[in-house]
Write a protein that binds this ligand. Structure first.
Ligand SMILES: O=c1ccn([C@@H]2O[C@H](COP(=O)(O)OP(=O)(O)O[C@H]3O[C@H](CO)[C@@H](O)[C@H](O)[C@H]3O)[C@@H](O)[C@H]2O)c(=O)[nH]1
Ligand SMILES: [Mn+2]
Length: 777
């Protein structure tokens, strides 16, 4: 690919002195020092423990296993220390953009959906409506919204068409009254805001809008695909007749062309895209869908900035685009903002994060830390990209448009003349010069050409260009590719949060999501995309690379945590120890480590404004996830590497809370037969290891206690190195039982709160095998 020299200046920033629309804020000196000292203290304790083990004192196989695991924990501690060393935050001031309103770049907003059952069309419709109603100067000319439907569902297409016509009233309503939440389901789930005594007109409009939304929601919920096709057969939905989800040509529908059917100031174009699918062809899940949307939007509107959100992540702050512009235009050099990521937030969040998937502490501590290096990871949704960076072009490089490069452009982007032409202004990097094309409807054929499933053959799409293939976590991998080219990224933290989505609830859904993430992350480590290569041979900074390794290291934790978790029960069962005795002076090291590590992570949650319960839930879920989802992910990838299986993107089910707004109960309380915060189970193998570990630890504590009570009775005085177990081993097992308490309760629970007997049976078998193993040793 074209190698470019780095020149300063350039980019979208102006040279005149202007009020800066963003400000970089570092953590106060005192607090930064305190965190560093605390982190170093934990690290020193780990090193002390390792030194003690290396210097003898115990011995035996268990000590060696413990040494290896603790060495790994020390590596993790070091990586974390590196990442969290100098945290940074950006504050944005959209008002300071006032004098540039005419120059703000066009934005293409890309939304993906994949399954009309797991992702009900009404959820997607709310996301799309919230995007169409965003505040932006000349929104009708500068914004366009594209929805990719991998489900190829006429119901989704119909829902979006209805949404477009609802938007003709909804968008002006939002603008007129400065509506705060522009996803109608959420807006209408509470009583109308009080605007003052004179707002009779507002109340009237509000009631009318709510009524219209309820009708829309009902229409969408009541359509089924079959009757839609029968009713409209041959008509508008004819293209969906006789198609299979995995085998169909491209369907593209311009549902709203602002240049044709304009009302008032207008609102963004809306385009429905269902890319071509063929059974023999690999489609690369979301990454493939995003690449098609990139090309379709390129030949239609070609905005230099691209916003990407999942179908359930609605815009929650009407000024989201303006805040993003503060970060995209607010630096003098484009290199600083290759992309702008919004921390994921969840609108229906259960109290205290019972499933450990709200990621709040992750974003506030780790990602802000990384922001002090090269910048946050790309998290898949709520992200503003420069099209140029997505095209694999390094910052401040604009020489790919010369005629000598024509061949190169073709191999990179493919054969479409329209697409090749569209890359020129993008690569030049001038955000304001790229005027969106007016005639969207006239571009459908060009768009179909670039959505064909063999368009990418022989091009750089999926590697050097676009979303990167080869991992189920295409997001972090694509972000890494961008950082590797030398770009930096920023985190956009606003109040209220720019986007809100839904987090999976319950054991099976949460663990499936964690498993998919870990599978994707592990796929990256064992591939040529490993960031260590990028740091060695390209422009990924070393410390940023170490930051990536923290996240990629999640699945690698599994074997170590599993072994470490087995040490306690093994020692209690075989009458050995892997920790110093309470009477020995070495005991103070693991004791202090246990206290200080937990105090440190507890303080992190407190500093993020989270409760003690949230800390505990996350700690507990990390232990559970490590030996369930992470473990299975590692096995899946190993099987894939051996060519025995494929990894599959299992879409998270999005609960349809976007239905007709509930009357009366507007506190958002979720009711239903299962209590939402409690762990639920199904017969998936992911539950077997933790169930087995929970059983094993309970048994081990029992055996150990029995031995203490009747000490010496019939114990053969085996001279085990390190001696019999002490308080340390009991604490380890007890702590694990506490962490696995949802499973301990699940052993006796009923319905979905109980662990299915098939899982219990398999877990008991595993436990029995372990007991036999212990007797042999
Ligand atoms: O074949 C597919 C599969 C998924 N998707 C879309 O991908 C998005 C994310 O899927 P979801 O099931 O919601 O996964 P999450 O774990 O919630 O998503 C996070 O993690 C994913 C990587 O595992 C990223 O792609 C997402 O952006 C990120 O929000 C959704 O909009 C889907 O419609 C597709 O378009 N095509
Ligand atoms: Mn999701």
């Amino acid at each position: 690919m074209a190698a470019c020299s780095t020149r300063g200046g350039g980019g979208g920033g102006g040279k005149k002195t202007r009020r800066m629309p963003q400000e970089r804020v570092a953590l106060g000196l005192g607090r930064r020092a305190a965190w560093r000292v605390a982190g170093v203290a934990v690290l020193l304790l780990l090193l002390a423990l390792l030194a003690r083990r290396a210097g003898g004192g115990g011995g035996g196989a268990v000590w060696r296993v413990a040494f290896v695991c603790e060495a790994w924990f020390t590596v993790l501690c070091l990586l974390n220390l590196n990442a969290k060393w100098s945290p940074v935050r950006f504050v944005t001031y959209p008002d300071n953009l006032d004098d540039r309103m005419d120059e703000l770049p066009a934005v293409d907003m890309l939304v993906t959906t994949a399954d009309p059952v797991l992702e009900p069309p009404l959820v997607t419709v709310n996301t799309v409506l919230s995007l169409l109603a965003l505040d932006y100067p000349a929104a009708g000319e500068r914004l366009a919204c594209y929805v990719s439907d991998d489900g190829c569902s006429p119901a989704t297409c119909y829902a979006l068409r209805e949404a477009a016509s609802f938007a003709t009233a909804w968008v002006p309503f939002c603008r007129r009254y400065g509506v705060a939440v522009r996803a109608p389901f959420l807006y209408f789930s509470s009583t109308p805001p009080e605007l003052g005594p004179l707002d009779h007109k507002f109340l009237e409009d509000w009631t009318l809008m709510k009524d219209e939304y309820e009708k829309l929601a009902r229409r969408i919920k009541e359509t089924d695909e079959r009757s839609l096709l029968l009713q409209h057969g041959g008509g508008e939905f004819a293209e969906f007749l006789n198609v299979e989800r995995t085998n169909h040509p491209t369907i593209i529908k311009v549902l709203w062309d602002n240049s044709k059917s304009r009302i008032g100031e207008g609102f963004p174009h809306l385009v429905y895209v269902s890319r071509e699918k063929r059974p023999m062809h690999r489609h690369h899940y979301k990454a493939g869908a995003m690449n098609v949307l990139m090309r379709v939007s390129a030949v239609m509107t070609n905005a230099p900035i691209v916003l990407n959100t999942d179908c359930d992540m609605f815009a929650n702050n009407p000024k989201a685009l303006l805040h993003a512009m503060c970060l995209l235009l607010g630096f003098h050099d484009e290199i600083n903002s290759g992309f702008v990521q919004v921390p994921q937030r969840f609108y229906d969040a259960l109290k205290d994060d019972p499933f450990g998937n709200h990621l709040e502490c992750f974003f506030k501590r780790l990602v802000r830390g990384i922001q002090g290096l090269q910048g946050p990871f790309y998290a898949g949704t709520g992200c503003f990209h420069r099209r140029k960076a997505i095209y694999g072009v390094p910052p401040n490089c604009n020489n790919s448009s010369g005629s000598s490069c024509h061949k190169e452009v073709q191999t990179k982007f493919g054969n479409s003349e329209e697409l090749k032409e569209s890359t020129k202004p993008i690569i030049s990097g001038d955000l304001s010069s790229t005027k969106p094309m007016a005639d969207v409807s006239g571009r459908v054929d060009a768009a179909k050409e670039v959505s064909a499933c063999n368009y990418e053959v022989g091009t750089c799409w999926g590697q050097e260009v676009g979303w990167v293939y080869g991992s189920l976590t295409e997001d972090i991998l694509t972000g890494q590719r961008i950082h590797t080219k030398g770009w930096r990224s920023t985190l956009m933290e606003t109040e209220p949060p720019a986007f809100m989505g839904s987090a999976p609830v319950g054991g099976p859904a949460s663990l499936t999501q964690f498993k998919r993430w870990a599978t994707g992350l592990f796929e990256i480590i064992v591939s040529r995309n490993n960031p260590v290569f990028s740091a060695m041979f390209e422009r990924l900074q070393l410390r940023q690379c170490l930051g990536y390794l923290i996240v990629y290291g999640w699945p690698v934790r599994a074997p170590f945590e599993l072994c470490y978790g087995l040490l306690g029960p093994y020692c209690l069962l075989t009458n050995q120890s892997f920790l110093p005795k309470a009477s020995e002076d070495g005991f103070s090291i693991p004791f202090a480590l246990f206290l200080s590590y937990n105090a440190y992570s507890f303080m992190e949650y407190k500093a993020c404004g989270l409760s003690a319960r949230a800390w505990w839930n996350n700690h507990r879920m990390q232990r559970i996830v490590s030996v369930s989802a992470w473990l299975l992910a590692v096995l899946t990838v190993l099987l894939k590497t051996l060519g025995l299986s494929e990894t599959v993107f299992e879409v998270t089910s999005k609960e349809d809370k976007a239905g007709t707004p509930s009357n009366g109960d507007d506190g958002g309380g979720i009711d239903g037969a299962t209590r939402p915060g409690r762990f639920t189970f199904d017969s998936s193998p992911v539950f077997i290891p933790v169930t087995a570990l929970a059983m094993l630890n309970v048994v081990a504590i029992g055996v150990g206690a029995w031995r203490v009570a009747f000490r010496g009775a019939d114990d053969p005085a085996v001279p085990v190195p390190g001696g019999a177990p002490g308080v340390g081993e009991f604490v380890c097992c007890g702590w694990l039982v506490l962490c696995f308490s949802p499973f301990v309760r699940g052993l006796v629970g009923k319905g979905s709160h109980g662990i299915p007997w098939s899982v219990q049976l398999k877990a008991s078998l595993v436990v029995s095998m372990f007991l036999v193993f212990c007797r042999r040793n």
